[in-house]
Design a protein around this ligand. Structure first.
Ligand code: C5P
Length: 208
């Protein structure tokens, strides 16, 4: 197999990256695309920085074991299979699965900092930025953090204002101009999804 085509997908927290990817990947065979998410490379809680109020800040680029993440992407690029334990966020009742990242013609790298680290950004053949208005991201994050990550509302609002938005302004938004494509996702991304699906299908076919 030839070197894979590597797509990076970024955007602020709750901009819709996961939903976009679920819809994108559902139209490919499992062996055609490998998804490797930055979320599975959070450092353990005790290594996360704590802010002036004693609250863990999961929104600095240091919260990610970036060297391991970039190293695993390089291994997949070189045709090696990678195993990694799933990150379960705040959900103590969820048993972490062992994830297997199998090399594929198309590799998708996804997360809030994938354009921030040059060593990582340099690996990407296509850079996509998913963009949504701040109040829409906040609305989505409140719902998701309650349902999927078990955080209460005060916690979500505090972290959104104190950690998530400052990080967006400093470490995510400045890289919007370095993306090849910016997809607005305030209501729907269907047309963009269709275009990217068709493009990646071509890339996948060229790499078998
Ligand atoms: O899926 P998404 O890109 O939104 O994930 C990134 C977000 O996950 C970060 O904004 C961070 O605040 C959040 N996070 C969390 N709890 C953790 C680790 C990360 O809420 N334990």
């Amino acid at each position: 197999m030839k070197k894979p085509f590597i797509v990076g997908i970024t955007g602020g927290s709750a901009s819709g990256k996961t939903l976009f990817l679920e819809r994108l990947l559902s139209s490919f065979d499992p062996g055609e695309v490998c998804l490797i998410s930055q979320d599975n490379y959070y450092k353990p809680r005790h290594e996360q920085p704590v802010d002036a109020h004693g609250v863990h800040n999961f929104d600095t680029p240091h919260s990610i074991d970036f060297e391991q993440y970039a190293g695993d992407i390089r291994k997949i690029q070189d045709g090696e299979t990678v195993l990694r334990e799933e990150y379960t966020f705040n959900n103590a009742s969820k048993k972490a699965k062992m994830l297997t990242f199998t090399p594929a013609p198309v590799v998708v790298v996804e997360g809030i900092f994938v354009l921030f680290y040059p060593e990582l950004a340099d690996l990407l053949d296509l850079k996509i930025f998913i963009d949504a208005k701040d109040h829409i991201k906040l609305k989505r994050r409140i719902i998701r953090d309650k349902v999927e990550r078990g955080y209460d509302l005060d916690d979500v609002l505090y972290r959104y204002e104190m950690h998530v938005m400052p990080t967006y302004e400093k470490y995510i938004k400045p890289f919007k101009n370095e993306a090849d494509l910016i997809i607005p996702n305030n209501s729907s991304f269907d047309m963009a999804l269709d275009v990217i699906r068709t493009y990646l299908r071509t890339k996948s076919g060229q790499r078998f």
